[in-house]
Write a protein that binds this ligand. Sequence first.
Ligand SMILES: NC(=O)c1ccc[n+]([C@@H]2O[C@H](COP(=O)([O-])OP(=O)(O)OC[C@H]3O[C@@H](n4cnc5c(N)ncnc54)[C@H](O)[C@@H]3O)[C@@H](O)[C@H]2O)c1
Ligand SMILES: CC(C)[C@H](C(=O)O)[C@@H](O)C(=O)O
Ligand SMILES: [Mg+2]
Length: 365
Amino acid sequence: MRLKIAVLAGDGIGPEVTREATNILRAVAELGGHDFIFTEGLIGGIAITETGSPLPTATLDTALDSDAVLMGAVGDNKFNALTPDKRPEAGLLQIRQALGGFANLRPSVAYAALSESSPLRPEVTKDVDILFVRELLGGLYFGAPRWWNRETGESINTMRYTKSEVTRVARIAFDLASKRRRKVTSVDKANVLEVSQLWRATVTEVAKDYPDVTLEHQLVDSMAMHIMNTPRNFDVVLTENLFGDILSDEAGVITGSLGMLPSATIGGAVNLYEPVHGSAPDIAGTGKANPLGAILTAAMILRHSANLETDAKAVEEAVHKVLNEGYRTADIARGGPSITTQEMGKLVHQALAESIDQRQALHAV
Ligand SMILES: NC(=O)c1ccc[n+]([C@@H]2O[C@H](COP(=O)([O-])OP(=O)(O)OC[C@H]3O[C@@H](n4cnc5c(N)ncnc54)[C@H](O)[C@@H]3O)[C@@H](O)[C@H]2O)c1
Ligand SMILES: CC(C)[C@H](C(=O)O)[C@@H](O)C(=O)O
Ligand SMILES: [Mg+2]
């Protein structure tokens, strides 16, 4: 298997966690005899500092020429005074648009070993397995007009969706739900927003093609509460760009930390993979970053871009094993003993190598 992977580590803890994720991918390639080719590119604040642009042309070319793009995180407080179109985050939005993936898959899985890391009660988080399908190319992030007039003290952003944009992401959500527990919860604000009324009507229409999948609609405000109270009630959660951004971070509480959440964006020319968390300037450079979200993101590359499902599962099981053995980075340690980003990466690497060795030994018999 040959796979060209563009690695855009970005800012803050981005490079720290991405290093551990690429180590895992290198191990899978080496142990399985695959040819993974990594090409690094600049994005975000570091790219502004070095080239003046948050998404240099060279990075975009590398990304478009790859089979998968692995992103770390962008964002640096020193650019906070810039307008959104010039900030590090603009690089991320530009690359999302250029790669064309519109369905951002954000799994939120409760790990039994981490039941004490979540502030929620263990009986609430037990067995939770939610897959957020966040629309990634529409809504307030990309709608025009958008501006801030400092003289008049007025500003505007536009939430806009077309029926076809909603249909294509809804189909992905229903296809995924068909292979899971056959339930889609579509989240909107149809009691206030016309855009949400279009969303709800379109999702209801798409649902007719999936008679085996149950569809329910939830308003986003009460959904924010339900996710905390009864997270086990949800299977696939389908929602628009901004609501999905907010709800998926909230779901980090179920898992125990934002640092545990991976994501994959599919449906475009090249799939984009990024942990859900940001550049975490408050802990950058301290060795406290949890690399598991990035490592689980690497597993999603194996699943969605390399068709190596067995290896994807092996990475996920290696993460389970290390957590079951009691190892914790600071964010999930609840004040107890913790290990560094690199130590956590090494332990997952070891557990993975052992399981791949065992599998190969079994095949050899
Ligand atoms: N995909 C991305 O590149 C992305 C995503 C979200 C935020 N951002 C950017 O990141 C910057 C900081 O934003 P923020 O502070 O709101 O969100 P953040 O996700 O960076 O951090 C939120 C909190 O979670 C903690 N945290 C995040 N990831 C962690 C990890 N892997 N291990 C341990 N703890 C972790 C941080 O220390 C912080 O306390 C901003 O510039 C924002 O725009 C980028
Ligand atoms: C940094 C920002 C543009 C981004 C988003 O809002 O999509 C981030 O919060 C995320 O969740 O990936
Ligand atoms: Mg976010």
